[in-house]
Design a binder for this molecule. Structure first.
Ligand code: ATP
Ligand code: MG
Length: 328
């Protein structure tokens, strides 16, 4: 079997948090260790579709996100990082693919539907936002990715991409584009420190990889726990206790966590979690600081990866244009 070609990435609308680590960064490190070809897109163009009035924010977060990647152990010698806006071939492909998709089909995309509601766009949906699944198909196909790791909510995007791939190959009578397979990571969403919803930048309930030890301590202190479990003697509830949710994920001494569930005061548990999280984050923070203080090198890494990606993408665009008779 051929080795997978992975395409994955993030929108640079803020630094990355523990939810990103659990949901995607850890897997990317794993794919890298497997020796698979991996492209990581920093999707600034996509970030602009709902941040177009805040271009500075998107610009600055490209560097932040790159520092997060490097800090968790993604290695530019093995993984190719690129900035979406600097690969104009993606824009080329998007324009061609738009002919192959109907407005009704886009409207039915469940992910887009939900996001339109969440963002309150109503009757003023920016066209760029509306068609971002098509540009995602361009991201994926420009490097001929075979495999895309996604959360369950992103599965409709892969379906949309494969529809475009099949339609393209059928109409232009050549297997130019490659269908992709989704990998859905086993880990479910990490809950936020409020214990109510998933950890998310926009919900203000995140612990960032770049948070200092003090900030982590403070955030753990404010965590939602079982209100009836103050004293050691209280029976306490494990189910839905955010501190335990995090201990289950990040505490490597699993047998001790099981014992703790027998009953302990909130303060003791929170102290332990603070320690566990800071032990986990310390090496990430140390590496991050090194990259953060050497912005030139980080931007150079992105530039190099972008050049590599452009070369591959230019080949794809050439093949696409050839079968579309756009070769003069
Ligand atoms: P925003 O608030 O802007 O939506 P976010 O913090 O929710 O930002 P996204 O950019 O929406 O982060 O997430 C990108 C990807 O990161 C998701 O598709 C998912 O794979 C992963 N991810 C984000 N948050 C979590 C989480 N809490 N648990 C697991 N995975 C997550
Ligand atoms: Mg989100």
């Amino acid at each position: 079997m051929m080795k997978p070609v992975i395409l994955t990435g993030d929108r640079p609308s803020g630094p990355l948090h523990l939810g990103h680590y659990v949901g995607s960064l850890a897997n990317r490190v794993h794919y890298q260790q497997q020796g698979w070809t991996q492209y990581i897109i920093i999707a600034d163009v996509q970030a602009l579709t709902d941040n177009y009035e805040h271009p500075h924010k998107v610009h600055d977060n490209v560097f932040e996100v790159a520092c997060d990647y490097l800090a968790v152990g993604l290695d530019p010698a093995q993984t190719t990082f690129f900035i979406q806006s600097q690969v104009p071939e993606i824009a080329d492909l998007t324009i061609y693919y738009l002919n192959l998709v109907t407005v009704n089909r886009l409207r039915r995309n469940p992910t887009v539907k939900t996001e339109i509601e969440q963002k309150g766009f109503r009757d003023s949906i920016p066209a760029g936002f509306f068609v971002y699944p098509v540009s995602q198909a361009a991201d994926i196909t420009c490097v001929k990715a075979t495999t895309v790791p996604v959360g369950e909510d992103q599965l409709p995007m892969i379906e949309q991409t494969n529809e475009i791939v099949r339609t393209f190959n059928r109409i232009y009578k050549k297997e130019v584009l490659t269908e992709v397979r989704a990998i859905v990571p086993e880990v479910s969403r990490l809950v936020g420190i409020d214990g109510k919803t998933k950890m998310s930048k926009s919900l203000g309930n995140a612990i960032y990889l770049s948070d200092s030890a003090d900030v982590v301590a403070q955030k753990v202190k404010s965590m939602y726990t079982d209100p009836s479990h103050i004293k050691v003697s209280d029976p306490g509830q494990v189910e839905g206790n955010t501190v335990f949710t995090y201990l289950d994920v990040f505490d490597t001494r699993k047998d001790e966590v099981v014992e703790l569930k027998g009953g302990l005061g909130d303060m003791v548990l929170k102290k332990r979690l603070t320690e566990v999280l800071n032990n986990f984050l310390d090496p990430i923070r140390t590496r991050r600081a090194v990259f953060y203080n050497d912005k030139a090198s980080v931007m150079e890494i992105l530039k190099k990866g972008t050049l590599v990606t452009r070369e591959v993408a230019a080949n794809t665009v050439q093949e696409v244009k050839d079968v579309m008779y756009l070769n003069y």
